[in-house]
Design a protein around this ligand. Structure first.
Ligand code: FMN
Length: 473
């Protein structure tokens, strides 16, 4: 029997261009520097740190709108800086790319409030500037406050948001891969031809949500389509994600449930004609680590003394669109259908959960599993979690910033490396090639194929060179 080799763990840092992201209240810790999020040096420093730790990427979450559901106002959101203020994540990328060579960037953009053309142009430009290190986390939003801020209408119906996302994406595919042939740009000074006109094509799109006609303004970038991340978990969300995404975030739960989700996702991807292993599955985690298990427990207690469980509850209220301040601390929260994140709200259908339960769970780690211990013990736990569930890697939240990343790199990474489960050097190439070792472009089995203006050679330049050599030999 052939032995399946142990999977190398994919690791992203999970962050946001704001103060309080997941682990609320820790901004008050004396060593926490997240209040410096509006300074470029905070991000360039983080990018360099992550690259030292050989992180695959920095995944930057984002929301459009504010958390105003808890107590029906934004007072706690402002006091505890619960993702408010929060700044545009894509503004950070060029600066971080300039001080790194390998780190990928997964940037969240809510498509509901973008025009496909402007968005596609921005991300294609970033793919050029990062030399193929850009990814897009496709979200459709879940906040009424955003809808009110932007067009004064309510949030669109959950499933309709995904319909719009399908069309948005197909139009982006046309821009990214259907307008310019890959060899259109020749930069021939002697003939005075920068781009060959016969190789640039107008796209035509008449849809339910968007109309567009003309040529795209950006020449082909390394990856053309950014690496596509998604986190859909509802029935409609899952069908969207398994069709398009290359990496998916699974809302963490008990390992047995995660395993079930993993199997469902891979089966669904297979039924849609995709190679299920071309879909990397990631779970968000929080980690507190130190030299020994005992010191890690002490650090946990110290961090918790600065945490704000109520801020966690306020964040959660907006995620599900229900004001949880209306329930007594020990009262079971009844299920109510809302238009927000369906998959997070779902748990109230089957489980009896009180605000106290949520506060206990959310005080540190948020909705994500919390691992506490020495580097060796964390490495063992992470490997076990990964092997038990069949996922491919983790999105690591920050706790006290940037201390928690330094700790992880110092204590956990060497232990994972010793166990042969984490790279000891970066692979060459684009973010997509690093993740899948299958070239810079999306494979032919991906839905993008139908929008390409010509057959694509999905191999990288170095792979093509290697094939040539072997053909000659
Ligand atoms: C790890 C993870 C990260 C997410 N990050 C964001 C984000 O940055 N912005 C956002 O609007 N939604 C984010 N979401 C929510 C998803 O976009 C999506 O709404 C959610 O997973 C539920 O899917 P559903 O709408 O199909 O129920 C995230 C979800 C997960 C699991």
């Amino acid at each position: 029997m052939t032995q399946i080799p142990d999977k190398e763990i994919i690791l992203n840092a999970f962050d946001m261009n704001c103060v309080g992201h997941i682990n609320h209240g820790l901004w008050t810790h004396p060593r926490d520097e997240s209040h410096r999020f509006n300074e470029l040096s905070y991000w360039t420093g983080l990018a360099k740190t992550l690259e030292q730790g050989l992180f695959d990427g920095l995944f930057i979450a984002d929301i459009t709108g504010v958390y105003d559901v808890y107590q029906g106002n934004i007072d706690l959101t402002l006091k505890e800086s619960i993702q408010l203020p929060s700044h545009d994540p894509s503004t950070l990328v060029s600066a971080m790319a300039a001080v790194t060579q390998n780190l990928g960037f997964g940037v969240t953009v809510n498509l509901s409030y973008e025009t496909p053309y402007q968005f596609a142009r921005r991300f294609a430009s970033l793919d050029h500037l990062t030399q193929g290190r850009i990814g897009w986390n496709i979200v459709t939003g879940y906040l009424d406050s955003a809808a009110r801020l932007i067009d004064q209408t309510g949030l669109q119906d959950h499933d309709l948001r995904y319909e719009q996302a399908e069309e948005f994406l197909s139009l982006c595919y046309k821009f990214w891969e259907g307008s310019w042939e890959h060899d259109a740009v020749i930069k021939d000074k002697s003939q005075r031809i920068f781009t060959q006109p016969s190789k640039v094509h107008a796209i035509h799109h008449q849809g339910q949500f968007y109309h567009s006609q003309g040529v795209f303004q950006v020449s082909p970038s390394v990856q053309r389509t950014p690496v596509l991340f998604q986190a859909g978990a509802s029935t409609r969300g899952l069908s969207f994600a398994t069709q398009h995404a290359e990496a998916m975030f699974i809302g963490a739960d008990q390992p047995a449930k995660v395993k079930q989700q993993v199997e469902q996702i891979r089966a669904q991807a297979r039924s849609q004609g995709r190679d299920p292993n071309q879909l990397k599955l990631l779970v968000g985690i929080s980690v507190i680590t130190a030299e020994t298990d005992e010191l890690a427990q002490q650090k946990l207690a110290e961090y918790i003394s600065y945490a704000s469980p109520e801020a966690g509850l306020a964040h959660f209220s907006s995620s599900i669109g229900i004001d949880l301040s209306q329930f007594a601390d020990d009262e079971a929260i009844p299920y109510q259908k809302t238009n927000s994140i369906a998959s997070v709200n779902q748990r109230f259908k089957s489980q009896k959960i009180t605000p106290n339960d949520l506060k206990a769970q959310l005080k540190l780690g948020g909705r994500y599993p919390l691992f506490v211990g020495s580097g060796a013990s964390i490495a063992t736990q992470l490997i076990q979690y990964l092997d038990e569930t069949g996922i491919d890697g983790f999105n690591l939240t920050r706790t006290v910033a940037p201390e928690s990343h330094h700790d992880f790199i110092r204590y956990v990474i060497p232990e994972l490396q010793q166990r042969g489960r984490y790279k000891t050097a970066y692979r060459q190439g684009s973010l997509r090639h690093k993740l899948f070792q299958n070239g810079d472009l999306l494979p032919h089995t991906h839905p993008v194929e139908q929008y390409r203006c010509q057959p694509q050679d999905t191999k990288t330049a170095s792979e093509k060179a290697a094939t040539k050599v072997s053909t000659l030999a």
